[in-house]
Design a protein around this ligand. Structure first.
Ligand code: ZN
Ligand code: ZN
Length: 267
């Protein structure tokens, strides 16, 4: 009973932080891309035919509430277990070699991406899909609010990997925070609805990273492009859509055309 009341103590501040961080970033991004600069960025839009309506946004907001509640409860449990010394999460930098912190960052990103890829593929299994992941796929033309639109158990399934890892491998707490922030920004980027990366993005080393077009195609075409941070698993297992780079390049060509902006209030 003591454990539950301790966990509940961490919950309100965690929930408020999650609400503030997610709410501010997502609402601001939505406002800038989908409202304020909508006309100027018309040719940056990935799906030309606009299908997002207020009904979709309202549905996504409703799902976002449960996602934030489940996500914060999960964080409260991790904080509680760490406070009792059950995990190897540490906040004193000198406790381990600095390499632990630096390599830890990349290790966590790769683990997160690997877990996401396999879990995501499992959630697409025909026998399971409609029970959990269908909710996220109700949004076909995605927007920043889609990044939190999940059936309640999905945010838990996608992040539960942290338990075994935190029990066995020392993780520098701020590194875990940076990885979480990376995840949040990558999630918004994936559901932006606009391609903001430059034309040469898929040419150099950066080509290992996913773009907004990459995940957008997962929503419009469904069975492919399962990765979240990196393209590596999709490339290795042949699940990347064959026309992904072609679509990305077509959008880049389109972006070169300056849209005509109707002058508002002109005589
Ligand atoms: Zn999916
Ligand atoms: Zn998505």
């Amino acid at each position: 009973m003591q454990a539950i009341s301790d966990i509940l103590k961490y919950l309100p501040s965690g929930m408020l932080t999650a609400l503030f961080l997610n709410g501010t970033l997502i609402t601001l991004t939505y406002f800038l891309f989908w409202k304020k600069f909508k006309n100027q960025l018309r040719n940056y839009k990935i799906q030309i035919k606009q299908r997002v309506n207020n009904k979709q946004i309202a549905h996504e907001l409703k799902n976002a509430v449960t996602t934030i509640i489940v996500g914060s409860s999960f964080s409260a449990v991790v904080i509680y277990l760490s406070s009792k010394g059950y995990t190897k999460i540490y906040s004193n930098f000198s406790e381990h070699s600095p390499w632990f912190a630096i390599t830890g960052f990349f290790m966590l990103l790769v683990l997160d991406d690997t877990w996401f890829y396999w879990c995501h593929r499992l959630l697409h299994h025909p026998k399971i899909f409609r029970y959990v992941h269908l909710e996220h796929h109700r949004s076909i033309d995605v927007n920043p609010f889609t990044s939190l639109s999940f059936f309640w158990i999905e945010p838990f399934l996608l992040t539960v990997w942290i338990f075994p890892v935190a029990f066995f491998i020392p993780i520098y707490a701020p590194v875990l925070g940076v990885v979480q922030l990376w995840g949040l920004l990558d999630n918004i980027k994936s559901h932006l609805g606009y391609e903001i990366y430059p034309a040469n993005f898929n040419k150099g080393w950066l080509r290992f990273l996913t773009t907004s077009t990459h995940h957008n195609m997962h929503h419009s075409k469904f069975n492919g492009n399962y990765g979240v941070h990196f393209r590596i698993w999709d490339r290795l297992l042949g699940t990347e859509f064959e026309d992904y780079e072609k679509v990305f390049n077509e959008i880049q060509q389109r972006k070169k055309i300056k849209p005509k902006i109707e002058s508002q209030g002109a005589h």
